[in-house]
Design a binder for this molecule. Sequence first.
Ligand code: NAP
Length: 307
Amino acid sequence: MAENVLILGTGCAGLTAAIYAARAGLTPLVLEGGQPGGQLTTTSEVENFPGFIHGVDGNELITNMKGQAERFGAKFAWDRIDSVDFSGPIKKLKGGEATYEAKAVIIATGASPRFLGIPGEQEYYGGNGVTTCATCDGAFYRDVPVAVVGGGDSACEEALFLTRFASKVYLAHRRDTFRASEIMIQRVKNHAKIELVLNVTPKQILGGADGKVHTLEVVEKSGAVRALGVKCVFVAIGHVPNSQAFTPSLEVDAGGYFVAGANTVSTNIPGVFVAGDCSDHVYRQAITAAGMGCRAAIEAERWLAGL
Ligand code: NAP
């Protein structure tokens, strides 16, 4: 039998949608994909989610949201959707584990880390000195120099987090002004362990006979190549939306983000809604994703009521 609402994704957007849909008595089925819990599970302290004077641990916030959704009857399963058929009144979604049918669908699949695409990056990715997650891998690099690439909030946050372990943190950014918020920029600039390496383009990541990274080469504006001796390169240059499996049916913009209507969550297919970082290239905050998840669930509820 078709689900009332199928929710894809268990980041802030998906879980908030699950809480609202479950409280509305819709008993949603929520699919956890490749990164259960979403991006907050790869961050440490979340300082700007309202309601927590001293911040909250990202994993704790997500675990609480999931428990809250379960308390109201949301069901959870693991699968990743490969393709969809949104042509009929019942939406069909094919995953690796099963094919799902639902009257309404909320897509909250988030975004995945962007890579530099330079030599050595994929070769050393995953345990050998290239990573996209300081929270996950930072503790492996105690008392050694490391580099973070990027100039946004993620890069600054990663750099600051890494100062707990590393002997030195190079923050390599392609410009001399930052995209990050002012408070983060000031913290980074004032930290004794962080050296800013500005106006540089990452060229390649080199490793030794042990199969581990030892150098990040960057090209300065003058064309000179600078070799940064580091044991790990933390790539923090933003994310790409996880919209690929749905693009034949749903409209996306040039960056791959879902295009939504004026309410920010409706799509070109009635009964299919989007929420969070897969459709938001402007705000991309935990709280805005949660807000979109709430809207999507309310819209789905109204749409189902009108059937
Ligand atoms: P972002 O804001 O898009 O920043 C990406 C950074 O990577 C930019 O500085 C960009 O340089 C650089 N970059 C992109 N492609 C590059 C390439 N090929 N080579 C070298 N550098 C490259 O991404 P983000 O830092 O992940 O942040 C995403 C969103 O999450 C933002 O809205 C941010 O505010 C939010 N966030 C918030 C917090 C927090 O509040 N605690 C923490 C993390 C993230 P340019 O600047 O030159 O474009």
